[in-house]
Design a protein around this ligand. Structure first.
Ligand SMILES: [Zn+2]
Length: 169
């Protein structure tokens, strides 16, 4: 059975930045494989395209440019705000404004968003609203662990049941 629309696919993979030798982002090795329903929008389309037609035991190694993954880095998503908006009763809570902290925020329309503290100045803070993987080229290596038909309930729920998926039955 080969990987195609509506098959449940399980893969072990390692994700590095840029090339197979780049900075390690994540890996399923030593844990459960990643299981997903193929072709239903759960995964990055370019990731799925590279797995098309593979079968159990097949190895893969491919790169995905940032633009086809989490998008290019957007300079306009780096926003400067006054430090005082973080004050609570006239004081900024200890440890709140440290570079790398991810802060849950709301815009004027009440939309929730996450901004990472990118820079802390004397009275201003720069928040980065880019996806953490924006601007990063991805490189995947791994192998196909399983391919099977999706159960009707899985297609209905839009997720995999059992190994590597949801355990709610
Ligand atoms: Zn379910």
């Amino acid at each position: 059975m080969t990987i195609e629309q509506n098959k449940v696919v399980a893969v072990h993979y390692t994700l590095n930045e840029g090339t197979a030798e780049g900075q390690l982002v994540e890996s399923t090795n030593g844990g459960e494989p990643l299981a997903f329903i193929y072709g239903v929008g759960m995964m990055i389309p370019a990731f799925e395209a590279n797995l098309a037609g593979l079968t159990i035991g097949d190895a893969f190694a491919f790169g995905i440019p940032a633009a086809q993954a989490y998008g290019e880095y957007d300079q306009t998503a780096l926003v400067e705000v006054p430090k005082q908006i973080f004050e609570d009763e006239g004081k900024i809570p200890d440890g709140l404004l440290e570079v790398g902290n991810v802060l849950p925020l709301q815009d004027q329309e009440g939309n929730r968003m996450q901004g990472m503290v990118a820079y802390v100045g004397l009275d201003k803070v720069k928040l980065d609203f880019n996806h953490p993987m924006a601007g990063v080229d991805l490189f995947f290596t791994g192998h196909v662990e399983g391919v099977r038909e999706a159960e009707p309930a899985e297609l209905e729920h839009g997720h995999v049941h059992g190994a590597g998926g949801h355990h709610h039955h």
